[in-house]
Design a protein around this ligand. Structure first.
Ligand code: AMP
Length: 582
C-alpha cells in the first residue's frame, strides 16, 4: 500500500518558517559579533590541542593574537597531522572533540582525494543549514508543503582508515546519519525517493528505484533536483535509456529483477502499483522523439529545478533549460566537506546572479584578497568590500585553522550587515604550458565563445575538459569536446572554434603563442558517451555521484588515455591568435 498522506498543521509550518527567517534576520544583522563569539568558542575549547600549542597560541582566544600567531594553511600543511589521525592517534591533535570520521572531498584535476577530519556535532550544523532552505524558498513559492520533492540523492560505499574511522563523502555521511534517516515528518523533506533507495550503495539499483518512485508519484512532485546539475542530468539520461523497462514495472506492478537489494525492493513495492494508464502515458511521452520539456511533461506540477548551476556547473544550464522548458533553476546552498557555508536568500534569481549569504554561526570566516599571499591582508566577514574577489579561509569547530578552501568568491552585496557572494571558481584549476595560467573561468569563457560556430549546424557541446599536452615541443592546450552530434560539420568550422578559443584566452597565452612557446590549440572530438565513461571511471575510483563534477582539466594519465581512446577527430588552430605587443 502507498503511504497514507500525513497531515501537517499549516500553522505549525508557518510558525517554523517564521522562526527560521527571524534567525536569518538576526544573524545577518550582527555578523561581526557572532564571528567573534564563534572564534572565541572554537579557540577556548581547543586551547590545549596540539596544533594550536605547536604554533604558540597559548590559550589566547582573541582575534588579534589569533591572527598574529596562526598561519594561513593549505591541505598539505596539515597532511602529517591528518595521517596520524587516520592511523589511529586519538590524542587531541587538531580538535579537542573526538574525530568521528573523515570526509573525503572530491578532488578535481589532481585526482587525489582529500580527507577532512570531522566531529559528530558538525552534523547538527549541517542540519541547521538545510533547515533554512525551505523557509527561504517558501517566501517565493508558496504551497511547497502540499506535495513532494523528487530528489536524486546517492551514497557511495565507504572505506575505513587504518585507525578504524569511516572515510566517506560528506553527503554519504549525512544521509547515513540519524539526522537524515530518522528525520521527523516534515512536509519539506517529504521526498519521492524512499530512504532505502537513497541509501543503496549500488548506483544502478539506487537510480532505477528512485526514478521509478518519482514516476509513480509524478503528480505529487512539486520540485525536482539533485545536488549538482550534472547528477540531475545523469538521472534524465538514465531515464532516456531505461524508460521502457520502467514503464513495464509501472504497467505490471512488478519490479525489475535487477533490483536485488531486499530493503530497496520492499520500499519500492510500498509505492509501486499496477497502473497501465500511467505506464502508457509515460511511454508515449518518452517515446515522442524529442525530450524537450520532459520534466514538465512527466512531472506537470514541478515549480522549479533545485540543482547547483554555479561555478563550472553553469555549463549545464542550456541542457537543463531544454529538459525543463526553462523552469527556474534554483541554487539553494553553498557547502563543502570542510564546512557548510551559506544559503541563497534570493533563490529565484537567474543562475548568473546567484549569491550565497554565509551563515556566521557555521565557522569563523576570513577572506584573502585575490592575488595576495600576505596573511596580514586577510579581512573578516563584516569587512569585505563590494565587488572585490577573495579566497575563502575557514576556521572550523572540527579543527581546521585558517584553512584555504580554494574557492574564489566575489562580494555581490549585503543582506543587513552580512555580505553575500557570487561563487567565481575554484582557484587551483589551471592550464599552463609556459608563463600562461588559464583558470576555469577563462577556459569556460573561451569555450563559450568558440561553440557559437556550431550553432548554424544545430550542434551543441554536451561536455568538455582540457589537458595541457606537453608531450611535444612546444606544448599545447588540448580540448576534449563531446557534441550532441558532429555530422556535416566541415573541418574548417572546428578550426574556427580553435582560433576563437585562442583569441579569447589571456594576453599572456597569446603572447606565448606569438613567440611559439605554446603550440596551436587542439580540439579533439570524442565519441558520444565518453564523459559518462569518465564519470563511471571516477566513481570506480571512489568519487561519489552526488559530488562528482566533470574536471575541467585532466592530468591523470588513465583519464587522458580513456579520452584518447574514444577520439572521433581532431583539429588544430590554423594560425596564431591576434596579439598586440605593447
Ligand atoms: P566537496 O568538498 O567535494 O563537496 O566540494 C566542495 C566544493 O564544491 C566547494 O569548495 C566548491 O568549490 C564547490 N561547490 C559547492 N557548492 C557550490 C555552489 N553552490 N556553487 C559552486 N560550487 C560549489
Amino acid at each position: 500500500m502507498p503511504e497514507a498522506p500525513k497531515e501537517t498543521d499549516p500553522n505549525l509550518v508557518a510558525e517554523t518558517n517564521k522562526k527560521k527567517l527571524e534567525f536569518i534576520e538576526e544573524i545577518t544583522s550582527n555578523p561581526d559579533h557572532i564571528q567573534q563569539q564563534v572564534l572565541s568558542e572554537i579557540l577556548s575549547r581547543n586551547a590545549h590541542v596540539e596544533y594550536l600549542t605547536r604554533h604558540g597560541l597559548n590559550g589566547h582566544t582573541d582575534r588579534e593574537t589569533f591572527k598574529k600567531t596562526m598561519p594561513v594553511i593549505s591541505y598539505e600543511d596539515i597532511l602529517p597531522d591528518i595521517n596520524r589521525i587516520a592511523l589511529g592517534d586519538t590524542s587531541p591533535i587538531l580538535c579537542s572533540h573526538p574525530i568521528s570520521e573523515f570526509l573525503t572531498s572530491s578532488g578535481t584535476s589532481a585526482g587525489e582525494r582529500k580527507m577532512m577530519p570531522t566531529i559528530e556535532e558538525e552534523l547538527g550544523r549541517r542540519s541547521l543549514l538545510y533547515s533554512l532552505l525551505m523557509p527561504v524558498m517558501s517566501q517565493f513559492v508558496p504551497g511547497l508543503d502540499k506535495g513532494k520533492g523528487m530528489y536524486f540523492l546517492f551514497i557511495k560505499s565507504e572505506t575505513k582508515t587504518p585507525g578504524g574511522l569511516p572515510a566517506r563523502p560528506v553527503l554519504t555521511s549525512y544521509y547515513k546519519s540519524s539526522h537524515f534517516k530518522e528525520r521527523p515528518y516534515d512536509p519539506y523533506t517529504n521526498y519521492t525517493s524512499p530512504n532505502e533507495a537513497i541509501l543503496c550503495p549500488d548506483s544502478y539499483q539506487s537510480m532505477y528505484s528512485q526514478i521509478l518512485c518519482g514516476l509513480c508519484l509524478r503528480t505529487d512532485v512539486l520540485r525536482v533536483g539533485a545536488v549538482f546539475a550534472s547528477g540531475f542530468i545523469r538521472a534524465i539520461r538514465f531515464l532516456e535509456k531505461h524508460w521502457s523497462l520502467l514503464c513495464h514495472d509501472i504497467r505490471t506492478g512488478t519490479l525489475n529483477p535487477l533490483i536485488t537489494d531486499e530493503s530497496v525492493r520492499e520500499a519500492v513495492m510500498r509505492i509501486l502499483q499496477p497502473d497501465p494508464e500511467k505506464a502508457e502515458f509515460v511511454e508515449s511521452e518518452c517515446g515522442k522523439g524529442s525530450w524537450q520539456g520532459i520534466i514538465t511533461r512527466l512531472w506537470p506540477n514541478t515549480k522549479y529545478v533545485d540543482v547547483i548551476v554555479t561555478g563550472t556547473m553553469s555549463q549545464y544550464i542550456p541542457t537543463l533549460d531544454y529538459y525543463s522548458n526553462s523552469l527556474p533553476l534554483v541554487c539553494t546552498m553553498y557547502a563543502s566537506s570542510e564546512c557548510y557555508f551559506g544559503v541563497n536568500l534570493n533563490p529565484l534569481c537567474s543562475p548568473s546572479d546567484v549569491s550565497y549569504t554565509l551563515i556566521p554561526t557555521m565557522a569563523y570566516f576570513e577572506f584573502l584578497p585575490l592575488h595576495s599571499n600576505d596573511d596580514h591582508e586577510l579581512v573578516d566577514l563584516a569587512n569585505v568590500k563590494q565587488g572585490q574577489d577573495y579566497e575563502l579561509v575557514v576556521t572550523t569547530y572540527a579543527g581546521l585553522c585558517r584553512y584555504r578552501v580554494g574557492d574564489v568568491l566575489r562580494v555581490a552585496g549585503f543582506k543587513n550587515k552580512s555580505p553575500h557572494f557570487n561563487f567565481i571558481c575554484r582557484k587551483n584549476v589551471v592550464l599552463s604550458i609556459d608563463s600562461d595560467k588559464t583558470d576555469e573561468v577563462e577556459l569556460q569563457a573561451a569555450v563559450r565563445a568558440a561553440v557559437t560556430h556550431l550553432e548554424p549546424f544545430g550542434a551543441s557541446l554536451t561536455e568538455y575538459t582540457s589537458y595541457a599536452d606537453t608531450s611535444g615541443i612546444p606544448g599545447h592546450y588540448v580540448l576534449y569536446w563531446e557534441l550532441s552530434h558532429n555530422s556535416a560539420i566541415p573541418p574548417s568550422v572546428f578550426e574556427d572554434c580553435c582560433l576563437t578559443m585562442e583569441e579569447s584566452l589571456s594576453s599572456v597565452y597569446r603572447q606565448n603563442r606569438a613567440y611559439e612557446a605554446i603550440g596551436p590549440l587542439e580540439i579533439r572530438i570524442v565519441e558520444g558517451g565518453t564523459f559518462d565513461k569518465l564519470m563511471d571511471y571516477a566513481i570506480s575510483l571512489g568519487a561519489s555521484i552526488n559530488q562528482y563534477k566533470t574536471p575541467r582539466c585532466v592530468k591523470f594519465a588513465p583519464i587522458v588515455d580513456l579520452l584518447n581512446s574514444r577520439l572521433a577527430s581532431s583539429f588544430f588552430s590554423p594560425k596564431c591568435p591576434k596579439y598586440a605587443a605593447v
